[in-house]
Unconditional design. Structure first.
Length: 275
């Protein structure tokens, strides 16, 4: 029971409950908590649901017309031109230090440069704006970032977890694949990943944990490359933190398997239905 309370408290502090966590709590509450008299857990969970319901009303401001107007060409052109940019700009900081990671920030930039509008800070969370005319372009910690840049807290612009949650809720659709399935040339998962995606779609790498999943990395499809192992073109990815312009999904999936296991998840966020 202690672990359940710990999770509830941590989640209430962040005011965010993702789908995996909610399903786990629901299953526990339905099958176990009430039978053993853990009414306090039920009470705290109901309070948390109210927090998330009110929170969810303010984070979805991307419209279907915004998605339809998304320029995949502009997004991928920006990705290819800036995959190795470590200097930042007046529009966007570069986040790479012991305390900050740039992968979600970079893909957010690509989506915005592709035409997806930032949220209004009064009604949504996906945005970043400089507070001063000459901002610190390479902040090395959260304090330096907060001093010169305006962001939501927590921020789907720079947080991998929040990015995944925000865009999974706001996109056209998502497709999930286990890493081992993608890497099995006798299976068709890699080919499906090509058929069900387009350049400009984000790709999220998720560690499959014991209690819930952990978002580890955010990338974007920059192009497609022929791969003889699959006798097909397959997605190639651009990324920051680990800087690359067009590493194949196969190569990145192999690194994910080494780091987080073959049961880790690759999620393709399909921003819109067509090209």
């Amino acid at each position: 029971m202690y672990r359940i309370f710990e999770i509830l408290n941590d989640t209430k502090k962040s005011q965010k409950l993702d789908k995996k966590e909610k399903a786990t709590f629901d299953e526990y509450l339905d099958d176990c908590a009430l039978q053993v008299g853990e009414e306090e857990i039920k009470k705290q969970y109901n309070e948390l649901q109210k927090i998330n319901k009110s929170k969810s009303l303010s984070i979805k401001s991307i419209s279907s017309s915004d998605l339809d107007d998304y320029s995949r060409y502009s997004a991928t052109t920006y990705a290819k031109d800036n995959y190795d940019n470590q200097d930042g700009s007046d529009k966007y900081p570069y986040l790479s230090s012991d305390n900050l990671s740039d992968c979600a920030n970079f893909v957010s930039q690509c989506l915005h440069e592709g035409g997806l509008p930032m949220d209004n800070p009064s009604s949504g969370d996906w945005y970043i704006k400089a507070k001063v005319s000459n901002p610190n372009k390479t902040p090395e910690n959260i304090e330096e970032l907060d001093e010169d840049w305006s962001l939501a807290d927590p921020s789907p612009w720079i947080s991998a977890k929040e990015f995944d949650s925000y865009w999974s809720d706001n996109c056209y659709d998502t497709d999930n694949y286990e890493v081992d399935d993608l890497l099995d040339t006798n299976e068709s998962a890699m080919v499906y990943s090509m058929e069900n995606s387009h350049a400009g779609d984000p790709v999220v790498f998720i560690e499959n944990g014991w209690f819930w999943d952990t978002v580890k990395h955010i990338t974007i499809i920059s192009c497609y490359i022929y791969n003889s192992d699959y006798d097909s073109i397959i997605p190639a990815l651009a990324s920051h933190t680990n800087h690359y312009e067009k590493d194949t999904l196969e190569d990145v999936a192999k690194r994910a398997k080494d780091a987080w296991g073959g049961d880790s998840i690759v999620k393709i966020i399909r921003i819109k239905e067509n090209y």
